[in-house]
Design a binder for this molecule. Structure first.
Ligand code: TYM
Length: 327
């Protein structure tokens, strides 16, 4: 039995990194596995931001899932905070994790750098909640971008730890990471990942960007020295732009390199911008239709939360009885 689980935080705006690292794989995997569950992880969002418009953001992310091709006849979508089992399991897992292993998490180290005493306990504990998300549904496959690999590995470690102690508690999950788009980089800095928290909007292409903005952002994207359009270690900017081109068009890197041989950076960027526009426009119109009927979207999310309840309850009951909680 293969069950996919993944999620995205409803903070900021979704961008091409989220699509290429995560959603693209979800849409492909949902046709290949027995069950897929995609979550909007609002409890993770409050570790860093308390956006008064969080509920709107949640609905937007749900609408983007559907607009990008998450198919409700194959997959379930729901909001993390609507299933209390996540936080309950997270507490239990807290008691089986060490301060040392959480302190070693790269994302925590980066986000808390220079202000360790001021960041929330939630930010520190975030990977445990993520482990709870995954283990609660006995997920076999967790499609994520490379930046989340370490967190999925912690979920694996915890699953193995509890299985060794209590036998047969959790399925040990596998991270599913595409080799080609491991980490989409910022357009303004190809050394750092494309991120919704970036300080400049020239870092990312948002799902909602207009054609005009996409052309502007791509034309300003950082390039490498020289003029070759190739994927190579000494060409981080071109590697990133070609990865994006390939990821959204489905064309392989080799054929893109051949087609753009001798072409200048400017013309390549124009072609890339048009490709992104072509890719995003149908999704943007689907998004508009879906978000226009918020009541329908709310019903989908309520049904989603109800439909995953039996799996969540079953795991939680098993964990509690193995540990000896309750009477
Ligand atoms: P989040 O919301 O930061 O990102 C959502 C997904 O997008 C991927 N991603 C990228 N992939 C490639 N290149 C990039 N530049 C890029 N930026 C983001 C992320 O790897 C992720 O797959 N903790 C998670 C959410 C989460 C989760 C889970 C995921 C909570 N519980 C359980 C899987 C399973 C996060 O903050 O992702």
């Amino acid at each position: 039995m293969k069950r996919v689980f993944s999620g995205i935080q409803p903070t900021g705006t979704l961008h091409l990194g989220n699509y290429l690292g995560a959603i693209k794989q979800w849409v492909e995997l949902q046709n290949k596995v027995d069950e897929s569950i995609f979550c909007i992880v609002d409890l993770h969002a409050i570790t860093v931001s308390r956006d008064p418009k969080l509920s709107d953001q949640i609905l937007n992310v749900a609408a983007w899932y559907l607009a990008c091709g998450v198919d409700l006849s194959k997959s379930k979508i729901f909001v993390q905070s609507m299933r209390p089992e996540h936080t309950e399991l997270a507490w239990i897992l807290n008691c089986f994790s060490t301060m040392g292993e959480l302190g070693r998490m790269t994302q925590y180290k980066e986000k808390s750098e220079g202000k360790r005493d001021a960041v929330s306990v939630g930010l520190f504990d975030y990977p445990i909640l993520m482990a709870a998300d995954i283990l609660l549904y006995q997920a076999t496959d967790v499609p994520v971008g490379d930046d989340q690999k370490q967190h999925v590995e912690l979920a694996r470690d915890l699953a193995i730890r509890l299985n060794n102690k209590y036998q047969g508690v959790f399925t040990v999950p596998e991270p599913i990471i595409r080799d080609d788009v491991q980490r989409i980089k910022g357009l303004d800095d190809p050394e750092k990942k494309m991120a919704k928290s970036a300080s400049s909007e020239y870092n990312y292409i948002a799902f909602s960007d207009s054609a005009e903005i996409i052309r502007k952002k791509i034309s300003r994207a950082v390039t490498d020295s020289g003029s070759e359009i190739v994927v190579r270690d000494d060409k981080p900017a071109m590697t990133n732009l070609l990865n994006i081109f390939s990821g959204i068009s489905g064309r392989n890197i080799k054929s893109l390199e051949t087609d753009f041989r001798g072409v200048g950076y400017g013309d390549f960027k124009k072609a890339l911008a048009e490709e992104i526009i072509l890719f995003l426009e149908p999704k943007q119109s689907r998004f508009k239709e879906i978000i226009a009927d918020k009541d329908k979207l709310r019903k989908i999310l309520i049904n989603g939360a109800e439909s995953v309840e039996p799996i969540a309850q079953k795991t939680l009951a098993k964990v509690k009885s193995k540990i000896g909680l309750g009477i």
